[in-house]
Ligand binder design. Structure first.
Ligand SMILES: C[S@@+](CC[C@H](N)C(=O)[O-])C[C@H]1O[C@@H](n2cnc3c(N)ncnc32)[C@H](O)[C@@H]1O
Length: 278
């Protein structure tokens, strides 16, 4: 029966039922030795997780499930009837664990990534999201933007039949670790640069970066050689460390787009960043 918050389907109520997957999720934060935990929602994972003996906060929007879980939860579990998109994550170190309803994956992850105190996050999300976030087969713009601060990896692909009812696609266990030392200091400038490169025109990184014009050609050639990256590679092909290193080089330069040379003009001789004359 649908509640005023929507039907089971609207709420993304696909519960994990595969014991091996649940064991894996339960162990993930344990291995990372974090002081406290946040877990969300119904009992399938919340209760096994509560056996770690640490404080657990379960966040669930559906009041019927809040009631049921509260009745079954041991003392170390606090059940909060709230929307995860409004819930304020604690300001003390903790782990976020969640089987995220697929329809709020992006919004939930966005919220988690700006919260300041969690140490690691173990999230069940759609396989495609897990794969792209962890940079398997190429990273997404959002991953590249946050990579200097977070490390993303996939613990396991979760077949859709590990859920009940089964969703239409597989899931994946995505583990996000906050890096103790960020790879980059200038968050805004770095992120603006990454967006510029991802949306820049050109056949491959070399051409894109030449058009952006922040790095001298000779430095670019040396960088491609040193990192074993093809000049024709695409922004999605770089690793976290390569993005940070590329930014380290671009940071000193100016954002001056490469202008077209009118026909007949001799080639430039200056090795410095190109400047607009007017
Ligand atoms: C994918 S199920 C996960 C359930 C359980 N943790 C498990 O794995 O078996 C998603 C749960 O989140 C709840 N939910 C949906 N939208 C929510 C929201 N915005 N805030 C908090 N909980 C939400 C649903 O009611 C459902 O119980």
């Amino acid at each position: 029966m649908p509640s005023r918050y929507g039907s089971r389907q609207d709420l993304g109520q696909n519960f994990l039922v595969d014991p091996d997957i649940i064991k894996l999720i339960r162990r993930a934060p344990n291995e990372r030795k974090v002081p406290s935990l946040i877990w969300r929602r119904r009992g399938h994972v919340t209760l096994p997780l509560s056996r770690l003996g640490r404080p657990v906060t379960a966040v669930e929007l559906d009041p019927r499930r809040v009631k049921r879980l509260s009745a079954r939860a041991p003392e170390n579990v606090k059940v909060v009837g709230e929307d995860i998109l409004r819930f304020r994550l604690p300001t003390v170190p903790h782990t976020v664990v969640g089987n995220i309803p697929f329809h709020v994956t992006t919004a939930t992850m966005r919220r988690i990534l700006v919260a300041p105190a969690w140490v690691s996050a173990v999230l069940v999300v759609q396989w495609e999201v897990a794969r792209r976030r962890a940079g398997i087969g190429g990273c997404s713009l959002v991953t590249a933007e946050s990579w200097p601060w977070f490390d993303f990896s996939v613990l396991k692909r979760v077949p859709r039949f590990a859920f009940r009812p089964a969703p239409s696609v597989d899931g994946g266990i995505l583990v996000i670790e906050r890096r103790p030392e960020p790879l980059v200091r200038e968050r805004r400038e770095y992120q603006a640069f990454v967006r510029q490169v991802f949306t820049g025109r050109g056949h491959g990184l070399r051409e894109i970066l030449q058009r952006i014009g922040r790095v001298q050609d000779s430095d670019l050639s040396a960088w491609f050689r040193a990192h074993g990256v093809s000049p024709q590679a695409l922004p999605k092909d770089l690793t976290a460390e390569q993005w940070a290193s590329l930014w380290g080089m671009a940071r000193g330069g100016r954002s001056v787009p490469r202008t077209r040379r009118p026909r007949g003009l001799p080639p430039r001789t200056s090795r410095g960043p190109r400047r607009n004359s007017g």
